[in-house]
Write a protein that binds this ligand. Structure first.
Ligand SMILES: [Zn+2]
Length: 110
């Protein structure tokens, strides 16, 4: 009596027209696996910096000032920063231990 009627439900979904290559897929995914950058310690101010790049905190690279760090600061910030730098230089003159140089510099001496 009770006839069961099956209705086939076909979901219509958008499908990509072309297959993407493994290369293209991997290139898309490479941003998911970005590594933490390898940092070195700035010999001038002892802050972590990227190797072969001028320090953003003190503006020094290879012992030379290449960026004027104080230029873009406001008067108040500049005063504070100058104080900070002076305190750091005074500390280094007193002979407090400074961070060790990177391994590459030590290799050159040997
Ligand atoms: Zn620095």
């Amino acid at each position: 009596m009770a006839d069961v009627v099956y209705i086939e439900i076909v979901s219509i979904m958008a499908l990509p027209k072309w297959r993407h290559t493994k290369s293209r897929r991997n290139k898309r995914r490479m941003h998911l696996f970005i590594k933490e950058p390898a940092l070195v310690v700035c010999p001038k101010c002892a802050k972590p910096v990227l190797p072969h790049i001028a320090c953003r905190a003190c503006g020094y690279y290879k012992g030379e000032e290449v960026i004027d760090v104080l230029k873009k600061l406001t008067k108040k910030e500049r005063k504070q920063k100058e104080k900070e730098i002076a305190a750091k230089e005074a500390a280094s003159k007193r002979g407090e231990p400074r961070p060790e140089k990177s391994g590459r510099d030590q290799e050159k001496k040997a």
